[in-house]
Design a protein around this ligand. Structure first.
Ligand code: RIB
Length: 288
């Protein structure tokens, strides 16, 4: 079982000819909206990878539909609180090459209380996974509580903040971050990834795949080829699938391989949580 302390956003998507420059006013070619947030995306990915996942989060009254949608996608939602603050949202512009730029409004995502988090974790069992990203408050309390209960803590370090990770080191079992973030973390801590005291670190490398650093050494994984139209949410899909694989008892190598397949399929789609592929789609595409 996965307990995901995570953001829930209303994602507004704008297709643009290029990412806007400072001072530029740019007409979008299209507009759409849907369920998003790094946390919600990971919960949906884990559910689509056949894991049982409970989301711990908060929405405002305007975001009740996002909680309903998570439920429709197979995510447990009793620990998503409704607070009197607007639901978080993200304005996402995607250019012709599939690159994006995102402006976040945190809203309800940073109104979580220790009571909400603690209440959820009273239902967890030892060896369950706790997953977190950096779009909510309450991460230190969640990690400390999870550790005291014998849960395994996975931290996806996005949006990246070296101080946020530094505060959690010693409580994280599995860290997922991208290449730039890994370099920033090494610079901030003065330590190489294998010396952080984290059992497993996965560094995602975009179209180059990823590398896994553990106490048994380092292993590189190639990416699966994909014609990318939108990279938004691909990292979240990778992480959700990775943790689902681990929770379902796969070896780390096999879980990473599955996560790379899911990420490769995700970049061929426009959107976030609503278009995350399920296991059947991955099987159809890659023949697993
Ligand atoms: O990683 C993509 C996500 O980042 C989007 O869904 C958006 O909500 C932001 O949190």
């Amino acid at each position: 079982m996965i307990w995901n302390l995570g953001s829930i956003n209303i994602d507004n998507f704008y297709e643009v000819p290029h990412l806007p420059a400072a001072g530029e006013t740019l007409a979008a070619r299209s507009f759409g909206f849907g369920l998003g947030g790094k946390g919600a995306n990971m919960s949906v990915a884990a559910a689509r990878a056949a894991a049982r996942v409970a989301h711990i989060g908060a929405v405002g009254p305007d975001g009740r539909w996002t909680r309903d949608r998570l439920l429709e996608y197979g995510v447990d939602t009793p620990h998503i609180a409704e607070v009197q603050t607007p639901t978080g949202h993200a304005n996402i512009v995607v250019d012709a090459a599939g690159e994006n730029s995102i402006v976040l409004f945190q809203g309800a995502n940073v109104k979580l209380t220790e009571a909400i988090i603690g209440q959820a974790l009273t239902e967890a069992s030892p060896r369950d996974y706790v997953l977190m990203q950096n779009e909510t408050n309450g991460q230190e309390y969640c990690a400390a509580t999870a550790q005291s209960l014998g849960l395994r803590v996975v931290y996806a370090a996005a949006p990246f903040d070296a101080d946020a990770i530094a505060r959690l080191l010693g409580r994280i079992d599995f860290l997922v971050l991208n290449e730039v973030e890994a370099a920033q973390l090494e610079a901030a801590t003065g330590k190489t990834l294998d010396a952080l005291g984290v059992e497993d670190v996965v560094v995602t490398l975009g179209a180059k795949g990823c590398k896994w650093v553990s106490n048994t050494g380092e292993k590189a994984f190639d990416a699966y080829p994909a014609d990318a139209v939108d990279t938004t949410g691909a990292g979240d899909t990778f992480t959700g699938y990775l943790v689902a694989g681990l929770d379902r008892g796969m070896t780390t190598e096999n879980a990473i391989d599955l996560a790379l397949k899911a990420g490769a399929l995700m970049v061929t789609r426009r959107g976030t949580a609503d278009v995350i592929p399920d296991l059947k789609e991955i099987q159809d595409r890659f023949g697993i």
